[in-house]
Write a protein that binds this ligand. Structure first.
Ligand SMILES: Cc1ncc(COP(=O)(O)O)c(C=O)c1O
Length: 389
């Protein structure tokens, strides 16, 4: 125990201690965190659907029809018609033959990667891929080859070096902490040249990017060229769960191999019903994602003009780079005092020296919200000498 206490003290000293904040109101642009009303600029509920009346009605209907828990794993007694409907709808959304729903996006990534690859495989993974991809790679036992972030020359050389081995190239579609988009066209070209499989984690792109919100595969016109399109139900779709979409044989294989699918209780019917209803909204309503991306572009430009170091993106993720963990934390805390919540993201989530405030927008933020936030962010950053007065 002494060792743990010492380690905790060390973590605190480095400004890396993690604590929880508690919400006591629905998640929307305005919510209540630890008893304080705040303007929330940190949600992954990109389309602002967490408190949507239509989704709440879908949950209530499913609760009344099927009860609360699912009662079993998917392979025993936990598969409801709703799960099947959702998998069919997701396959249709992603333009694939089939899809498999997992309980979280994290479980989808570890299950799919470790279910597919074993120690005879080589996995090429972008250095900034999400932790769940990293963990899936480790669990698989495959040889892991990390390539430089979105560096296609580096990827090419590394795939070439291992040609002939069964291999998988895996990337985030939109990188969760940087908000940039992977060069899928080049990745697919390299994969085809060397007969590698491809996997894209579209947790932050599904429902947002592409003409129909289909994600980065759709954005690049490559839906049918990506072997595994992974996504989550927990961000734009405002529910919980994850999925992998691809060819029928691949989905059949994962249903038999993915341990995080097999050895866990299925998602509750109401959770599944919410995802299904949200998918319908995404398909029928293009306007919110258009507004979201326009707002993100607008705010990004204004922040850059004010002197912030911003990573340039075409997504709703706006990272404000600060550098030192403690400074980022101080900035985030000072903003919270002013009624704006944007968390500080620190190592190990991001590399040392690149701590940041990760600002994300919802389609339901108004321009008034954005103007207010902008003024406060500038004011606090000047007080803390993060930008020049
Ligand atoms: C890129 C990425 N992949 C996977 C996940 C995991 O998804 P979930 O939260 O549904 O477990 C997340 C975030 O949570 C993510 O940002």
């Amino acid at each position: 125990m002494e060792r743990i206490v010492d380690r905790l003290t060390e973590i605190k000293k480095q400004g890396l201690y993690r604590d929880l904040k508690y919400l006591s109101a629905p998640q929307g642009p305005h919510t209540v965190i630890d008893g304080r009303e705040v303007l929330l600029m940190a949600s992954n509920s990109y389309l602002g659907l967490c408190n949507d009346e239509r989704l709440k009605a879908a949950a209530i209907k499913a609760l009344q029809e099927y009860g609360v828990g699912s009662g079993g794993s998917r392979l025993t007694t936990g598969s409801y018609r709703l799960h099947q409907e959702l998998e069919q709808a997701l396959a249709c959304f992603k333009g694939t033959e089939a899809a498999l729903v997992f309980n979280t996006g994290y479980m989808a990534n570890i299950g799919a990667i470790a279910g597919l690859a074993d120690k005879s495989w080589v996995i090429f993974s972008d250095e900034l891929n999400h932790a769940s991809i990293i963990d899936g790679c480790k669990l698989s036992g495959a040889k892991i080859v990390i390539y430089k972030h979105c560096d296609m020359e580096d990827l090419y050389q590394k795939v070439k070096e291992f040609q002939g081995c069964p291999s998988l190239i895996v990337t985030d579609g939109v990188f969760s902490m940087d908000g940039d988009i992977a060069p899928l066209d080049d990745i697919v070209r390299i994969a085809q040249q060397f007969d590698a499989l491809t996997m894209v984690d579209d947790a932050h792109a599904s429902g947002i990017l592409g003409p129909n919100g289909g994600g980065t595969g759709e954005l690049f016109g490559l839906k049918d060229k990506i072997d595994m399109q992974m996504g989550t139900l927990s961000k734009a779709l405002a529910s919980e769960g994850g999925y992998v979409a691809g060819k029928q044989c691949l989905i059949d294989y994962l249903r038999n191999r993915a341990r995080s699918f097999i050895f866990t209780t299925a998602l509750a019917p109401a959770t599944v019903a919410v995802a299904l209803a949200a998918l319908e909204i995404v398909e029928q309503e293009p306007e919110p994602r258009k507004v979201l991306l326009e707002n993100a572009q607008w705010l990004c430009t204004r922040l850059k003009e004010a002197g912030f170091k911003i990573l340039e993106n075409k997504t709703p993720i706006i990272p404000i780079i600060i550098g030192e963990a403690e400074k980022a934390l101080q900035f985030s805390q000072a903003l919270l005092e002013e009624g704006i919540y944007i968390p500080a993201i620190r190592p190990p989530t991001v590399p040392p020296g690149t701590s940041r405030l990760r600002l994300t927008l919802m389609a339901t933020h108004t321009r008034e919200d954005l103007n207010y936030a902008l003024a406060k962010i500038i004011q606090v950053a000047r007080e803390l000498t993060i930008i020049k007065p």
